[in-house]
Design a protein around this ligand. Structure first.
Ligand code: TXA
Ligand code: MG
Length: 327
């Protein structure tokens, strides 16, 4: 409680300097930074007190583990007990990039980061500003997405500011996130890699590198292998409709997002060039809808090939979280 109060009083500094952000985080403070997927909320991963400040700032349940971000592949060694061949092959193929690899953790990584799990998720992002920042910090940085718990992941520094101004030391400014959805999480601690969360790196692409890779089953979720799937996700204030017929006449304050031409009669719409652009736009669009009091959001369905799988996953979660339409 004490640390929350302390964080409430800080002035959040907006900076474009990786060196300034790195200095603050090295002092044990919480700093948001851009990545190619979404903005992250970082603190020193090997310092328990710093890590706890992330949970305070976000209002995040302590039983959901954090991803550890690194600026160089050599940093993996001190974080893990074992490095299976499958993990090395995935790193060769997809790092730096939007892939988080879950591995048996070393005793350097505390329960605060892993929520008591025996594994740790590690990611080497490709965003140049993230890399510059992580390299100056020089030690691993634990970071969830930089939103208040229950809000959409932020894809711009302004969205971070909206959620966390006054609660964190600084925001390292960068451009809008290129991917727009969170990283693929693949668990390499077992016999075959298991995808715990869909993301920009698709199951098909992973299988080209490690053939047996599969997606998580209901049993994996029930055994607590993927705590993130248990938690309530972003629940928009508006009702979210995914696919299905669009009504002949839209109710007042409706919005639409999808690929191609927007239907007539909605108050707000976003026409995306393709599925990638749709994925990039989604979370930003949800925030825009909240800003103008939209009540219904109609989202087009896409095929689950490539990033389409991750996009459909986030859409279904948003729809499940929204108030169910009556009748
Ligand atoms: O793209 C991303 O992954 C962004 C950027 C900032 O890197 N981060 C992000 O973090 O989305 P977060 O905390 O919002 O989501 C992390 C997900 C959660 O679903 C969590 O349960 C899962 O990764 N995770 C982390 N460590 C894990 C572990 N050891 N075992 C299983 N799942 C883990
Ligand atoms: Mg998140």
């Amino acid at each position: 409680m004490h640390s929350v109060k302390k964080q409430m009083r800080v002035r959040t500094r907006i900076t474009a300097s990786p060196a300034v952000a790195a200095r603050l985080i090295r002092e044990g403070r919480v700093v948001a930074f851009p990545t190619e997927t979404v903005y992250g909320l970082g603190a020193l991963a090997l310092d328990e007190r710093s890590v706890r400040m992330i949970f305070d700032a976000k209002g995040r349940p302590a039983d959901n583990p954090l991803i550890v971000h690194i600026g160089a592949r050599e940093q993996v060694k001190e974080l893990v007990r074992k490095l299976p061949k499958s993990a090395e092959r995935l790193m060769d193929a997809f790092w730096p990039g939007p892939l988080t690899i879950v591995l048996p953790r070393s005793n350097r990584v505390s329960d605060a980061v892993t929520a008591g799990l025996d594994t740790v998720g590690i990611r080497l992002p490709s965003h140049p500003v993230a890399l510059a920042f992580l390299r100056v910090v020089g030690v691993p940085v634990a970071a969830p997405s930089a939103n208040r718990s229950g809000r959409p992941s932020p894809t711009s520094w302004q969205a971070v500011q909206q959620d966390l101004d006054g609660r964190i030391a600084a925001i390292l400014k960068g451009p809008r996130s290129r991917v727009g959805l969170e990283s693929t999480v693949v668990d390499c601690s077992g016999r075959v890699p298991v995808v715990l969360r869909a993301g920009a790196v698709s199951l098909e692409e992973l299988r080209e590198v490690v053939r047996g890779t599969r997606s998580a089953s209901r049993a994996d979720v029930e055994q607590g292998r993927s705590p993130g799937l248990r938690h309530r996700h972003y629940a928009p204030r508006a009702r979210v409709f995914v696919g299905g017929e669009t009504p002949a006449r839209f109710p007042a304050r409706s919005a639409w997002i999808g690929v191609g031409k927007a239907p007539r009669g909605v108050a707000l719409s976003e026409s995306c060039r393709d599925v990638r652009a749709y994925a990039r736009a989604l979370f930003h669009f949800f925030r825009r809808c909240e800003g103008v009091g939209i009540r219904q959001i109609y989202c087009q369905t896409v095929s689950t090939r490539g990033i389409g799988a991750a996009l459909m996953d986030r859409l279904r979660r948003a729809a499940a979280g929204s108030v169910k339409p009556v009748g």
